[in-house]
Design a protein around this ligand. Sequence first.
Ligand SMILES: Nc1ncnc2c1ncn2[C@@H]1O[C@H](COP(=O)(O)OP(=O)(O)OP(=O)(O)O)[C@@H](O)[C@H]1O
Ligand SMILES: [Mg+2]
Length: 1080
Amino acid sequence: MEVKTSLLDNMIGVGDMVLLEPLSEDSFIDNLRKRFDHNEIYTYIGSVVISINPYRSLPIFTPDKVEEYRNRNFYELSPHIYALADEAYSSLRDQDKDQCILITGESGAGKTEASKLVMSYVAAVCGKGQEVNKVKEQLLQSNPVLEAFGNAKTVRNDNSSRFGKYMDIEFDFKGDPLGGVISNYLLEKSRVVKQPRGERNFHIFYQLLSGASDDTIKKLKLERDVSKYNYLSLDSATVNGLDDAANFRTLRNAMQIVGFMEDEMQSVLELVAAVLKLGNIEFKPESRCNGIDESRIKDKNDLKEMCELLGVEQSVLERAFSFRTVEAKMEKVSTTLNVAQAYYARDALAKNLYSRLFSWLVTRINESIKAQAKTRHKVMGVLDIYGFEIFEDNSFEQFIINYCNEKLQQIFIELTLREEQEEYVREGIEWTNIEYFNNAIICDLIENNQNGILAMLDEECLRPGTVTDETFLDKLNTICAEHQHFESRLSKNSKFLTDHSLPHNCFRIQHYAGKVLYRVEGFVDKNNDLLYRDLSQAMYKANHSLIKQLFPEGNPAKVNLKRPPTAGFQFKHSVGTLMRNLQTKNPNYIRCIKPNDKKASHIFTDSLVGHQVRYLGLMENVRVRRAGYAFRQPYEPCLERYKMLCKRTWPHWRGPAREGVEVLMTDLQVNPEEFSYGRSKIFIRNPRTLFSLEERRKQCLEDLATLIQKIYRGWKCRTRFLLLKQSQITVAAWYRRYAQQKKYKRIKSATTVVQSYTRGWQARKLLRELKHQKRCKEAATTIAAYWHGTQVRREYRKFFRANAGKKIYDFIIQRIIQKYLLGLRSSTPSMSPIDGSWPSRPHLFLDQTHTELRRIFHLWRCKKYRSQFTEERRAVYEEKLEASELFKDKKSLYASSVSQPFKGDYLEITKNPKYQKLNNVMEEKVLLADVVSKINRANGKGTARIFLLTKKNVVLADQKTGQVKASVPLPDVSSVSVSTQSDGFFALKLKEGTASAVKGDFLLSSEHLIEIITKLHRVGTTAAEMERLNIDISDEFLVQFKQDKVCVKFIQGAPKNGNSVSCKRKNNRLLEVSVPTTAA
Ligand SMILES: Nc1ncnc2c1ncn2[C@@H]1O[C@H](COP(=O)(O)OP(=O)(O)OP(=O)(O)O)[C@@H](O)[C@H]1O
Ligand SMILES: [Mg+2]
């Protein structure tokens, strides 16, 4: 919801002077001071804005402020220049009314700053877009250019506008800026050649000298030192807070934005430099033969440089400074100039050069900012004219300036009153006439075509004969003597004859803003604004495009003998045009006030402000505004603001706003004479009525605030209470649930315990009962059985003899045994001694018999089996038996050998021709021939050897050649060592001291180890003389290799290399045989 505010909110003093109560000059100034002390520099008088120069930057011109004031009602917020700018812009855009903003006030009061604030506000709120932004930039940047050339430091203002400026900003129907037109009014050109003490020439001269680059300075033939130039005052060449060099850069930038070409900028600077040079040209008198003094240029260097800058021929200009040609009736008469005249000519040229340059700049800027579209424009004019000036020494310029201000004051009075009247008519309110001071009479004194001061000045200037400032004053003294605002010592009005504050060469005018004493000296000259034709022609001849343009009258082809219009006439004319222009527009006033003479912030000099308040007619302004009604407000905002004061309008009024206001006023019992109903506004006659309304509103707002507070607090407490209550219920519910759950669980477990005890007790009781029943039943059965048995025995006893039972028993046993034996005969197993099957035992008591019969049967079966053996087969079995005795359960290899028949001669040595030679060597029968590996002690590797066993010898022969390598008589063999594992290694150990033992023991390996050892053992057993061969079965044994004993150690290794047994020499004394575990 948008919050409606009003200027009446948080007011410091009163924001609108119309509401001042009581109204007096003192209270007026007090109010201004009070507001000024609180940084409120703006105050309204109705729609007029009073602005007091703060002389410091205030944080009230920010973009946020622009937004705040944008599209707001004028009286909605505290007074601000933005409110006025917004009001003007909105009515221009929305109501299609051309606007003008009239900014008045004395020098240094802040007019130029105000005009810039208005322009920047409008630029900020109007449309955006590339083209529009360019236009805005150009319009805004025209200010620095004009300020550099048209402003100067004066004793009153460090940046005083020395020209009048009126700028029309043109907008399209949407309110977007299209362009603008600037009009300039009378530049104070006398400043170019002379400045009062404590003042400066125009800023541009100082900016150029301190800000231009060395290159530019050189090109312009200048020196930076200000003291080198006669036209520049030295005592205040630098101004505090003014950075000329930086301002020069700003100027160049602004000129670029506005659209000046580089060569144009250069030409402008050349002209400025030329003016400086011109000031340095000095003259000396030279007596001629006719006794008349003639002027000569002292030092031609400056003239030369200036001519070079302007492209003027030096001799032409030199001549123009020495002679004056007067043309009359087709005749040309040349007269020489004396030194004074030469200086006059020089200064006239300088002033003209500069003022024409200034006018050219304005024209050039206008060309750039001209609106392109031909459609109808809406216009907002901003007038920033030099302020009313009262110097110690006032001359023609001040007269003109003050005249202009006088005209503005008049238009202000006229328009304010007219506006006021129009509003009453518009609203249908009766109008009562108001007394006020109308300065039309002063304007008339100055501008009247017959006897006005300006008309008389013109008359004097045009009059043939000797014309001096004194003759002009005489004329004034005669003609204006009776005028109540004109004062002169020598006038016919005897009142002033003794007034010593009035010097003889002065006249005084009682302006609306105060009395001003004008010294007549220079009036005629300045009004004539004479530039000798020779000079203008010399300038026209210049080889410089800009100069040529500036002096068109120098064109010899267009010689005009008519005198150019006087400065006063021109000014009166342009002011007239301006006034007519302003009258067609809706005026908006900003009345600037200067708070002190020291250009200092925070100082508010009552007398100075009082003076301005008086001459600006601000009190009258308030009175005029209050004469009818002090305050007016449209019905809607009025109702909105005060509706809370009446029950019927609060909080909403449904009908039309006017009726609402009527109801409100009736209810509040406001005296009907105190207000009137207009068509769209209510008019309140006395500020007191408004303040009483405000007071009631304030009270009511406080009550409302209390009410709101009360309701809010109640609501807050209630909400909190409800929340707490709700929370409490939730917590309680949860707790109860939890407590109940806990209680239930406790009861449940107690019940279960009781239940289990009860059930246990019941079950035990039942069990006891059942057991009792069972025992009863069993007892009954037993008793019954015994009883029956007794009964039966008693019954059958009579049928059996005493030992009949034994006989029956024996008979049955006999029958069982008979059946058993007969059955056994038919089910005896096969005759194979290895068949382990045997029929099962039929009766337990036959167990021993059954086992014995099985043993007997087996022995018988074996005997039968053996009886079938041949001699050889028996021998084989004997061998096998012996092998079993030797190795069974002692060496793992044994198991695999059981199924292998002992072949003996594996090499078939007798039949194989390969072993013929070997066979021949062998004298005895070979019991065993096989290939064995002889293990080499050095590396553990084996060498294939033929192993032969006879009844007497063990022979080792080369496998390939069959050559006998060793033949060991069996008695030399002391023992054989083998491992417990599944390898085929064996060591033949020889008896020490025998011939065979010389070479050492043999470590051999054979696949038929079991057979070899068995046979060796058997041969030893059969040979009567041979001792029994020792067979040593151990995993570690010593073998005598020649000199050394080597330990052969058997370990179980992981199966690798295809399960083969590997022998490795670990060191000199150890051979390690790794037997894979799976080889077993
Ligand atoms: N609103 C403002 N905020 C801050 N400083 C201001 C403001 N208005 C004026 N000033 C200060 O006061 C000085 C004079 O203001 P300005 O040049 O606008 O006066 P003026 O009325 O145009 O005078 P003149 O008639 O001599 O041209 C400015 O240079 C600036 O320092
Ligand atoms: Mg100014």
